[in-house]
Design a protein around this ligand. Structure first.
Ligand code: HAM
Length: 416
């Protein structure tokens, strides 16, 4: 009896037919990010759990419910990374990358969250993220959003909407928290169990809660934007001004609180209606206290994460560049079969994408050649070999010509 073995729920294979679009996407990402001065960093997939619990916040959904956490063989608590910002900041402090006034880093890779899987929401998903550490100038807030815009333009993705908010700083958020707690404490019977439990510790989460009761109970909730201190208000006004200067349309959404506690000041989300319920393609914001929380010097930071599966679902399928063979070799007979192997290997050494028909009649190998998308097919049979010849067929024009076996490599190199 064979056991039916399938991939884990919420985790999926990215099959070869999808890979060209992922590779093309990553190529454009690298081009756009590197033009903007970002360098790639590869961060580990596993970290000590406190890298996330302390920075993302003990009372967030991610930390309370969604992390893949286990004890390793020495009894240490380890977590599969649910996001990239905390590991980047951990690495930034550990390797003292702050020696330069501005450190710009990007990463591409899988993240893991134990969420309820649905369209556009997976338990393993890929993120492309960028983080700029060291500058609190509002120009960089607008600049990083403009880099995202440029990326989406290069990828040909339309219909995106930018929403922004300010979450204030530690100081002004303290006053706002007290006001919000008071507001919530008068509506506890309307709030869900989670929000009842955590509204004292983390009242902002209530504004992010998706339960109907919490949404309607908080419709008239006090807005952080009305309680910003002068510094945070000036910063937000400047970000808006710069976005206008850059012709980047946006709306202000005072309900954006983000699902992670490290944010300060600017928070933003980029949405696309075609995505249905999970409509955020990218999201990010400023986190001016996070480097200090990890034991580094006071260092402001801002960044974003893009959900790759969601982005891929918005891309035109014809924007791929698949890699069909340039030349296909159909061989008939033992001598020709033997010769065909060194021939494709030689062609590949010369940088030509070459494939073999392996088996079947000439007709069936020609069908394979056609299906592969090859531009040329070389047909060799024992009789041609005896005459030191081969047939070269142009698959588009269907014109065939006889060529000398010894010239095959040079001729193909010249054609491809
Ligand atoms: P986030 O909003 O949690 O932010 O995730 C960023 C993006 O990842 C989302 O907008 C969405 O496109 C995608 N995403 C999140 N969860 C899933 C999922 N379960 N399945 C598929 N896609 C998903 C962060 O992670 C922050 N680290 C972003 C950031 C960087 N902020 C500052 N720097």
């Amino acid at each position: 009896m064979f056991m039916e073995i399938k991939a884990i729920k919420g985790v999926r294979d990215i099959l070869p037919e999808e890979i060209p679009i992922w590779q093309w996407l990553e190529k454009i990402v690298r081009e756009v990010f590197e033009t903007s001065g970002y360098s790639e960093i590869k961060i580990p997939i596993i970290e000590y759990t406190n890298v996330f619990s302390r920075s993302i916040g003990e009372t967030t959904d991610i930390v309370e419910k969604e992390m893949y956490t286990f004890l390793d063989k020495s009894g240490r608590s380890i977590t599969l990374r649910p996001e990239g910002t905390a590991p980047v900041v951990r690495a930034y402090v550990e390797h003292k990358l702050y020696s330069s006034y501005l450190t710009k880093l990007y990463y591409i890779g899988p993240m893991f969250r134990y969420e309820r899987p649905q369209s556009g929401r997976y338990r393993e998903f890929y993120q492309i993220g960028a983080e700029a550490l060291g500058v609190d100038d509002p120009r960089i807030d607008a600049e990083i959003i403009s880099m995202l815009n440029l990326l989406f333009e290069r990828l040909g993705v339309a219909g995106l909407k930018l929403q922004i908010n300010s979450l204030g700083c530690k100081e002004c958020r303290k006053d706002y928290r007290d006001i919000l707690i008071k507001f919530l404490s008068e509506r506890l019977s309307l709030l869900c169990d989670d929000c009842n439990r955590r509204y004292q510790k983390n009242p902002l989460r209530t504004l992010d809660c998706k339960s109907e009761g919490c949404i309607s109970a908080t419709i008239d909730a006090p807005r952080m934007l009305d309680y910003l201190c002068k510094g945070c208000r000036d910063h937000f006004d400047a970000v808006k001004e710069y976005l206008n200067m850059l012709d980047i349309p946006f709306t202000i959404n005072p309900r954006i609180v983000r699902g992670l506690d490290y944010y300060t000041k600017t928070a933003f989300e980029i949405l696309n209606d075609k995505l249905g319920a999970q409509n955020a393609v990218a999201a990010g914001g400023r986190y001016d206290g996070l480097v200090e929380d990890f034991g580094g010097p006071p260092t402001p930071g801002i960044g974003f994460g893009i959900g790759v599966e969601r982005l891929v679902s918005l891309l035109q399928k014809d924007s791929t560049n698949s890699h069909p063979p340039e030349v296909f070799i159909a061989s008939i007979g033992d001598a020709a079969a033997k010769l065909s192997l060194p021939m494709i290997c030689r062609l590949r050494y010369e940088g030509v994408r070459a494939e073999l028909g392996y088996k079947g009649s000439l007709k069936s190998q020609m069908r394979k050649a056609d299906k592969s998308g090859a531009k040329y097919t070389i047909i060799i049979g024992d009789e041609e070999i005896a005459r030191k010849k081969a047939i070269l067929r142009n698959m588009e024009t269907k014109v065939q010509q006889e060529i000398a076996l010894d010239d095959i490599i040079d001729i193909i190199k010249g054609l491809c």
